[in-house]
Each structure stands twice: as structure tokens, then as C-alpha cells.
Design a protein around this ligand. Structure first.
Ligand SMILES: [Cu+2]
Length: 478
């Protein structure tokens, strides 16, 4: 089994120690066959085989492993050939300040997770099974990002099948609810002149329930998914105060789609844990804009929850409504399907295949149902600020039982809105503003109308509208 959870490093070291101990144990006991293996030999199958020590060194940098010394020198993600029975040592040297390890599939060994440039650690194991096995970085997204190569044992033919571990126990949660309150929308600026606007953001890594009984390690802005909604006006200067909390494992930053300039602010905000940066930008275009983390592996940082939106009001504000709501859709890639109790692990392969296990509103399976149901009254007008953090899936955004009165397509607040729309496509890194008027009481159901996502993967929510019936509009007993 692959080491799990936050104590993975320690487990990995322990596992490595156990594997190093294996030949010694075999020498003492002789194993199942009754054969006694001498020093410098190990039991492979029923035979004692003298092992050779084989060592490789890999430098971890730029989302790859580069061979150091010998025939692999300078080769990116080199094949590592060894013979059956060899005692294999792989040493990782950090070529950059980041977070990396080397984990060997099937053999349950890993180096420590290292951070600092120049840091080193090794893993050692006896290559007892013939086959081709991946060595890779186990940090979420890094294998998909390119930190993977092949360890070829003997002919390379053999079991080489990675047995998927069972899910581990759910972890203690660090927040009661990862989902941002959809009613937590800042008030209209009410201004007709430009101003300086300050926004405060913290990268927070934390464990929360993705659904009842199932936990997941999220990376967030300010501890919720999505991060806060911000509001400014075209012509304003926005100051972004970005802190990557001390104790986080990863670098983070923020790329605002509302920004004109390098990376939308990603370069200016790139921050190691425990550091803060500030940059400012002029809001040159009105609209509803997504922001998201743009630290490699970018799709992983987004999938784990690092996105939100900023509304840049146009010169002529939109007509007022009774209630404003903030919802974002995201796709999450985990090893096990929804409904599996325990602690979900991020799945790099599923992400590479763009095959999410969860598709969710505000970070959580079926968020706006049960206690999370959104309440409204007959006669109310509601404006929904809806965006897709993604990273990959397009939303076919639909409200079962209603028709959108106004659709500010693509978050464009300058053109005239579209009218009377059933379903609106919202692309990853895109947004829409829709207005709806509730004419009769009902449980209106928000969905991604790619309905597998709604009913199996979690992109479903309810707006419960109470008030007087109107049989002119709908009559159950006509
Ligand atoms: Cu990030």
C-alpha cells in the first residue's frame, strides 16, 4: 500500500527501513522454503540470490527527474535498469526549492518529501519482482506534470501491476464546511468615481468533508471553495494582499483574469509558505472575472479548490435585485468514487484523463441540498454570479423549473443581456451572470445539465422557494 495521509513521509521512511531489513530477515529464518540465505544474499522466490548493490541518483527540478552520473547522466526521467535480486538505492537531490519525493510503485518505498534546494534523501529496496514499475513524485499533480520514469527489473516483463490501495480512514476536519456561503456576496460599490480597493487573500491548505463521511485535503483561498467574491468598479485600482500561510506544504499564487499584465498577477504573488506579497492593478474592463492559482501543477491547484471571482462593475451598474448569489463549479479527481467513506486521495491519472470523480458546486458534493439549501420567496428576483473554476469541465448551467430572465453571457456586463434562456454553457475560467424571478413556490434544482455530473458526481443544489401558488402559471390538478 502507498503511504497515506499527512504522515505519509514517516510511513514511507518506515517502509523503506522495513525493505532494507528484508534480506537480513531472510538470512535468519530461511523463509518459507527452509533455505538459509547467507550474508549478501536474499531470498527471491525459493532461491537465495546474491545481491549486487545498484545506485542511481536523480535531481528533481522543473517537474522532472534528471539523471546524475553514470549512463543516465543528463537524461530526463531516465529508465533505471536493474537485475532481479539487486539491492537498489535511488537518491534524490533537490534541484530547486519546491516539494518533491521519489516513490516506487509496487515496492512501497519512498524518499522523504524534501523542500530545500540541495537537500538529499535515498530509498533502498531489494528488486524481488521482475517487471516495469514507475518511479514518480507523489506530490499531487507532480506525476501528471511529468515527474515519472520507469524502473526496469530484469526483462521488464512481469507483474508490474500497481494494486490500488484501499481508502484510508477519514481524517479530522479543520473546518465544518468547506463550501463558501453562496449568500456571502459583497454589496454593490454604489460609487460613480474610481477608488482604491484592497483585497486580502490567504492560501490555506486544510482537510474538510467533500461529502458526509469522506474527507479530502483542499487547497483554498481563505479556507473555503471558492475563495471570497470581491467587488470593485471599472477604473478602480485594486491592491491584492496575498499571504501563503506558514505551515502550508506548497507554493501558491493568484492569477486574476481581470488583470492586464504578466500572468494576471501570478508572478507578482508567487509565494513560499510563510510569505506575503502585494501588487496592484487597474480594473480596465468591467465584467465578472475568475481568479485562480497558477503555481505548477496548475490544474491540480485549481482542482483542489484554488479559485474564486471578482466582479468589476461597469460604469452603469446593473439594475438592483432582491438577492445575489455566488456559486462556482469545479471538477475534482480522486482515487475512489463518491460515496466511499474515508480520506480521498487526489488521482493524477484521473486528472490527466480529464475524468473527474466529483463535479461540484462550491467545492462539495451536492452542496446546496439538505441544510445547505438556498432559500427564497415567491416574487423575489435573484442574481446568480456563476463561474467555472474547473480546471477542465464545461458547465451546462441550468435551473430545473425556471427560465433565466437575463443572461449576461460570458460575464459580459456591457452588452445587452440575452433573454429567456434555459441552459447556458460556462467554460473553465469563464463566468456568467443570470437573473431569475421566482413566480411560484417550488424546489428549483441547480444542475450541470451534463446530468451524470449532477446526479452521480455532485453538481446539484436546490433553491427552495416558498410563497403562494399561482394556478395560472402551474396547476397540478388541471
Ligand atoms: Cu496553489
Amino acid at each position: 500500500m502507498k503511504p497515506k495521509g499527512t504522515n505519509g513521509t514517516k510511513t514511507a521512511i518506515l517502509m523503506a527501513a522495513l525493505m532494507i531489513g528484508a534480506p537480513i530477515l531472510a538470512g535468519c529464518t530461511g523463509g518459507m522454503s527452509g533455505t538459509s540465505c547467507g550474508e549478501g544474499t536474499t531470498l527471491v522466490g525459493k532461491e537465495c540470490i546474491g545481491y549486487n548493490d545498484v545506485s542511481y541518483t536523480l535531481k528533481a527540478e522543473n517537474m522532472a527527474f534528471v539523471g546524475v552520473g553514470g549512463p543516465i547522466d543528463g537524461i530526463t526521467n531516465p529508465d533505471l535498469p536493474v537485475e532481479v535480486g539487486d539491492r537498489v538505492t535511488i537518491t534524490m537531490i533537490m534541484g530547486e526549492t519546491n516539494l518533491h519525493d521519489i516513490t516506487v510503485e509496487y515496492y512501497n518505498v519512498a524518499t522523504a518529501l524534501l523542500v530545500d534546494e540541495g537537500a538529499k534523501d535515498s530509498l533502498t529496496f531489494i528488486a524481488s519482482a521482475e517487471g516495469t514499475f514507475a518511479y514518480y513524485c507523489s506530490v499531487p499533480g507532480h506525476r501528471a506534470g511529468g515527474m515519472v520514469g520507469s524502473l526496469i527489473i530484469g526483462t521488464g516483463q512481469g507483474p508490474s501491476k500497481y494494486v490500488e490501495p484501499q481508502i484510508g480512514a477519514a481524517l479530522d476536519v479543520e473546518t465544518d464546511n468547506i463550501a463558501r456561503d453562496p449568500l456571502d456576496v459583497p454589496a454593490p460599490t454604489g460609487r460613480t468615481e474610481a477608488a482604491d480597493v484592497h483585497v486580502y487573500m490567504e492560501a490555506v491548505e486544510l482537510v474538510a468533508e467533500i461529502q458526509d463521511g469522506t474527507t479530502f485535503t483542499y487547497w483554498t483561498y481563505n479556507g473555503t471553495v471558492p475563495g471570497p467574491m470581491f467587488r470593485a468598479r471599472v477604473g478602480d485600482t485594486v491592491f491584492v494582499h496575498f499571504t501563503n500561510l506558514e505551515g502550508n506544504t506548497m507554493h501558491h499564487n493568484v492569477d486574476f483574469h481581470a488583470v492586464t499584465g504578466q500572468g494576471g498577477g501570478a508572478a507578482a504573488t508567487e509565494a513560499a509558505p510563510g510569505t506575503t506579497s502585494v501588487f496592484s492593478f487597474k480594473a480596465m474592463h468591467p465584467g465578472l472575472f475568475v481568479y485562480h492559482c497558477a503555481t505548477p501543477d496548475i490544474p491540480t491547484h485549481i482542482s483542489k479548490g484554488m479559485y474564486g471571482m471578482i466582479l468589476i462593475e461597469p460604469e452603469v451598474a446593473l439594475p438592483p435585485v432582491d438577492k445575489e448569489v455566488y456559486i462556482m463549479q469545479g471538477d475534482i479527481y480522486t482515487k475512489w468514487r463518491p460515496g466511499t467513506d474515508g480520506h480521498q486521495e487526489f488521482d493524477d491519472n484521473a486528472m490527466f484523463e480529464e475524468n473527474p470523480t466529483y463535479v461540484v458546486f462550491n467545492g462539495k458534493f451536492a452542496t446546496f441540498t439538505g441544510e445547505g439549501t438556498i432559500q427564497a420567496e415567491v416574487g423575489e428576483t435573484m442574481r446568480i454570479y456563476f463561474g467555472v473554476g474547473g480546471p477542465n469541465t464545461i458547465s451546462s448551467f441550468h435551473l430545473i423549473g425556471e427560465i433565466f430572465d437575463n443572461v449576461y453571457n460570458m460575464g459580459d456586463l456591457v452588452s445587452e443581456p440575452m433573454k429567456s434562456v434555459q441552459t447556458i454553457a460556462v467554460v473553465p475560467g469563464g463566468a456568467v451572470v443570470v437573473d431569475v424571478t421566482f413566480d411560484v413556490p417550488a424546489n428549483y434544482i441547480l444542475v450541470d445539465h451534463a446530468l451524470t455530473r449532477a446526479f452521480h458526481k455532485g453538481a446539484v443544489g436546490i433553491i427552495a422557494v416558498s410563497g403562494a401558488d399561482d394556478p395560472e402559471i402551474i396547476n397540478d390538478d388541471a
